[in-house]
Design a protein around this ligand. Sequence first.
Ligand SMILES: [Fe+2]
Ligand SMILES: [Fe+2]
Length: 394
Amino acid sequence: MLPNGAAPARRSPWFWVRIALWILALNTGVFFLGLFLVSLHEGLAGALLILFTALALAQLFFGITATVVAIRLRRATGQSSLGACTLGVLTALGALVGWAGGMVATLLAAGGGWGRPLRVRGRQTHPGLRVGADWTRGERPDPAGLDEPTRRALEALWLHDAQKEHASVPAFARVAWLLAAVGAPAELLAWCHRAALEEIEHARLCFALACGYAGRSHTVRPMPELLRGALDLEGDALVVLATESLADGCQLEDFNADIAAECAEVCAEPATRAVLLRIAREERSHAEFSWALVGWLLESADDTVRPALEQALARLSAYARPTAVSWHKRSLVARADPAELRRHGRLLDERWGELWQARLVATTARTRQLLAATRSARARLDEKPELALRAAGD
Ligand SMILES: [Fe+2]
Ligand SMILES: [Fe+2]
């Protein structure tokens, strides 16, 4: 539909093309200015994303309008309007491609972290920051000898980790809720709650490291989005638990442990190194929790869970790898001294990529082993039903 019932007949197609091009220029500015503003204040990200999407929709609308008006003009008067028609199509397509590219860039901007990801309505989220000290608890590193840009970069990196650790707490709360819903054993529920408590401690320690590097404390903002979307359960709870656990737990938390362990190896700062060692040990345990959960799900509901896990395994290589530095913090980190960043336990993104690939291979092999082991156990029970009865009796 055209914007105004009577207007299209009188307006030249170039009028609509110009509007679409102005919106294209405006949205490009919004995107790059937004990256800068979000690096100063992460709380602006949601509003900027809505503005970016609204402008992309407007560009799409006016691009289509220009195309339609150009075609109508040609039919009505025979006047050539190929240029306006082509530009109309290009601006409409540009809106779609630009919006998709912006969304991919936003996903890649997520950066790393040491916890299980929290999603609300499919989008990863974590709390914003404000000044405060109620989440700051733990030993502070010694920032003596570090220049100001390096201290600021280390503060930003540890704050980012603190936010991700904090987000892991409701992420594990959601898993615990789902475990209760599907009648999971007490041991799995206890392990899940233990992991959530460990994530609380990780968040506090990360806030304390950030405070030590910069000499100022931050804490979390409320997360009202958790009141609007929490379980986000589309489909069978058993399948959701299995597929999410494979990616977010078995792959990601084992990878978190790999990264933290190697960061600890290169870290020369004792307080930071102690936190990294603790995170490495406990993230490994969180990954083991997910492996145990997947094993239990296969034992309990093989027919439902097995095909879902096989599909999830096939998609695993497409899982977005966490990056060493989120996009909107790159300029800040680029000003820091790279040798000091390493001495304080920060690895380059290239190494993150190598460890991610190695972990993908290990996760794939272990999942295949698990699928094969549970299949042969199931086959033994099918051959000898009395074993199944005895197992049920136990
Ligand atoms: Fe974790
Ligand atoms: Fe953690």
